[in-house]
Design a protein. Structure first.
Length: 554
C-alpha cells in the first residue's frame, strides 16, 4: 500500500512538473500586450464586446460545476452533506478583520459571496458580477455590473455596494480584504450598474487582484444593521444560517441565486481538532467528506470501494520565517546558520511522512504552481560545520529564540527544528498559538521565528502580499526598497515576458538576504464517501464547494 502511495505521489509530481514546463512554453508565445503607462490603447482592454447582456450572462466555467453531475430519472442526491474541514480552527471569516486567511474561510467565501471577476490560471479576467470592463491607461477601470443579482436579505446588488465594500476594506487596517482594495485611490458609482476605480498608480494586474477569493462584495445595509451578522449576507449560491466559532458553520441553498442552482440543499462544515475522530466520523456516517485527512488514517480508505480518495500538491509553501527587524533573527549570518542546520527530510517525515515533500528544488520562496517560479536559485544545503561558522559570525550569544507555530503539523516541524538547532548551539522555545493570534504578534513586533502555512496564489503578484511593506501578511516585516520598487514596476509592466523577467530577478534579490526558507510542500489527501463529487482541487486549495453533491445508490 505504501509503495502505491509513493508511486501516486510521484505521478502527481511528474504531471505538475509537465504543467510547469507547458506554462513556461506558453510564456514564450507572442501575446497581445495592454497599453503601457502614458500610452492609451487605440482600443481599450475590454471584456464586454462578445458577452451576452447581464440578464443572460452564463456562470463562468470555473464557478460552474467542475464535473457535470449525473442525470436521469433514477438518479438521486442527498439533501445534506457534512464536511470536516482541514484542521484549521476558524474563529471568524469576516473579510473586514485580520487573521482570517485560512482555507475554511476561503471555502466559506466561495459559498456565500461573489466577486466582480474571476480569472483563468494565467490571470486572464472572466466576467462574474461584472460583465464588461475597460481601461485605457491601467489606472482608471470602468466596470459594468449585472442587473439581476440580489443579496440574501433581498436587497438589490448595485454599484453602491461595490463602492462601500472597497472603501470600508481599504480603511480597515490589517483586514484580509484591505490588501485587495488597498490599490484604490477612489471608487465611484457612475450609476447603479457602473462602477469606476481610480488607482493610486498604474497596475496591470488589478483585474487579477479583484478576481481573488477574498475580493468579496458585501451589502452595506446588512452590515450597518448588524455589524456582526451583516457580513453573513452575500450574493452567493448559499446563505450562512449558523456559525459557532471553532465548532461548525452551516449553509443553506439560496433559491434566489442568479446563477445555476446547486444540487445540495444544506452543507455543514465541522471543525474537529482530534485527527482520529475525523476518520471515525467518516467511517460511521456522521460525515461524508474529510478535507486533508490525517495521514495516519489514510490506509483504511485507499482502495476501499465505499470511499473516494483524492490528493493534490498544495501550492502553498511550508517555510520557516524570521522577523527581519529583530536584532538576532534579522541578522543574515544567524538566518544562514538556521538554514544550514535544517534537515528537510527529517522535518517532513515528522510532519506528514510520505504526504509531505521536502523542497530541494529552489532556494527561493514561491508557490509550487505559481507563474514565473525561479528554480535556478540554489537551496541552502544542510551543513553543520557551515552552520556553526555562520552562527559564530552572528550576534547570537546564547539567547533563547522563540519559534511560534500554530497548527499540529507546524508544531511537529517546530519541535524537529528545535532539536536540529540545538545541535549547533541555538536555544529555542516553542510558542504554540492559534492562527488568528499571529497577526497580533506581528503587529506588536514580538515575532522572532515562525513556522506556519503561507497562502500563495497562482499569479506572480502574490509575492507582493508577503514582502511589500505594510501588507498584513508580510509577517517577516521585510522592507527592501529595491524589491518594493521592482514590485511596483511589475504592476506597471504590460508585457508578460518583461514582467516575468522582473519577478525572476525579485526572487534572486530576496534569496540573497532571505527572510524565509521553504522546507516542504504538502500532498493534501481528501476523502469522501462513495458518490461524492462536483468539486475541483485547485493547487491553491481555495476549494469551491457550491456544486458539491452526494449521489445516492439505488
Amino acid at each position: 500500500m505504501k509503495n502505491g502511495r509513493k508511486v501516486l505521489a510521484l505521478v502527481i509530481a511528474i504531471l505538475l512538473c509537465l504543467t510547469l514546463v507547458t506554462s513556461c512554453a506558453k510564456n514564450d508565445e507572442p501575446t497581445s500586450t495592454p497599453p503601457a503607462q502614458g500610452s492609451p490603447a487605440s482600443s481599450p482592454s475590454s471584456g464586454g464586446t462578445s458577452n451576452p447582456p447581464p440578464s443572460t450572462s452564463p456562470v463562468p466555467s470555473d464557478i460552474a460545476p467542475p464535473v457535470e453531475a449525473p442525470k436521469g430519472d433514477t438518479v438521486r442526491f442527498a439533501d445534506e452533506i457534512v464536511a470536516i474541514t482541514d484542521g484549521y480552527p476558524m474563529m471568524s471569516f469576516n473579510p473586514l478583520l485580520p487573521g482570517v486567511a485560512m482555507p475554511p474561510a476561503y471555502w466559506t467565501y466561495n459559498l456565500i459571496y461573489d466577486r466582480l471577476l474571476l480569472s483563468t490560471d494565467d490571470g486572464q479576467p472572466l466576467p462574474y458580477l461584472a460583465t464588461d470592463w475597460e481601461t485605457t491607461d491601467y489606472q482608471t477601470f470602468t466596470l459594468k455590473l449585472r442587473d439581476d443579482v440580489n443579496f440574501h436579505n433581498g436587497e438589490k446588488f448595485t454599484a453602491h455596494d461595490v463602492v462601500w465594500t472597497a472603501t470600508t476594506a481599504k480603511s480597515t487596517p490589517g483586514a484580509i480584504a484591505g490588501a485587495i482594495w488597498g490599490f484604490v485611490k477612489e471608487v465611484v458609482a457612475l450609476d447603479d450598474y457602473t462602477v469606476q476605480f481610480v488607482l493610486e498608480s498604474v497596475n496591470v494586474e488589478f483585474l487579477w487582484v479583484i478576481s481573488q477569493t477574498e475580493a468579496v462584495i458585501l451589502n452595506e445595509k446588512a452590515v450597518a444593521a448588524d455589524p456582526d451578522k451583516g457580513v453573513w449576507i452575500g450574493t452567493g449560491a448559499y446563505r450562512l444560517i449558523d456559525f459557532i466559532p471553532l465548532d461548525h458553520w452551516t449553509f443553506e441553498r439560496y433559491d434566489g441565486f442568479w446563477g445555476d442552482a446547486p444540487i445540495t440543499r444544506k452543507i455543514t462544515m465541522l471543525h474537529i481538532p482530534e485527527p482520529a475522530t475525523r476518520a471515525m466520523m467518516l467511517l460511521n456516517g456522521e460525515a461524508q467528506m474529510v478535507f486533508n485527512m490525517p495521514t495516519q488514517d489514510i490506509d483504511q480508505f485507499i482502495d476501499n470501494p465505499d470511499f473516494v480518495y483524492y490528493q493534490h500538491i498544495r501550492n502553498n509553501p511550508g517555510p520557516i520565517q524570521f522577523n527581519m527587524t529583530h536584532p538576532i533573527c534579522g541578522n543574515f549570518n544567524f538566518r544562514m546558520a538556521v538554514a544550514s542546520a535544517l534537515d528537510r527530510a527529517e522535518i517532513t517525515m515528522a510532519v506528514g511522512g510520505e504526504y509531505v515533500l521536502p523542497d530541494y528544488e529552489s532556494g527561493g520562496l514561491w508557490g509550487y504552481m505559481t507563474e514565473f517560479r525561479n528554480i535556478n536559485i540554489p537551496v541552502v544545503p544542510e551543513d553543520l560545520d557551515a552552520a556553526k561558522e555562520y552562527l559564530a559570525a552572528s550576534p547570537y550569544n546564547g539567547e533563547t529564540i522563540i519559534i511560534t507555530a500554530a497548527m499540529a503539523d507546524q508544531i511537529k516541524a517546530a519541535e524537529v527544528v528545535q532539536m536540529q538547532l540545538n545541535r549547533i548551539g541555538i536555544k529555542t522555545d516553542i510558542n504554540v498559538v492559534e492562527p488568528p493570534a499571529i497577526p497580533g504578534i506581528v503587529a506588536e513586533n514580538k515575532l522572532e521565528m515562525l513556522i506556519t502555512g503561507m497562502g500563495y496564489a497562482l499569479n506572480a503578484a502574490a509575492i507582493r502580499a508577503l514582502v511589500y511593506p505594510g501588507m498584513p501578511t508580510n509577517r517577516t516585516l521585510y522592507d527592501n526598497p529595491v524589491v518594493t520598487e521592482m514590485l511596483d514596476a511589475a504592476s506597471r509592466e504590460p508585457n508578460r515576458s518583461a514582467r516575468e523577467k522582473i519577478y525572476m530577478e525579485i526572487q534572486e534579490i530576496i534569496a540573497e538576504d532571505p527572510p524565509f526558507f521553504n522546507i516542504w510542500w504538502n500532498i493534501v489527501p481528501n476523502v469522501g464517501v462513495k458518490g461524492i463529487g462536483g468539486f475541483a482541487q485547485p493547487a491553491d486549495a481555495s476549494y469551491n464547494l457550491r456544486y458539491l453533491y452526494w449521489q445516492l445508490e439505488d
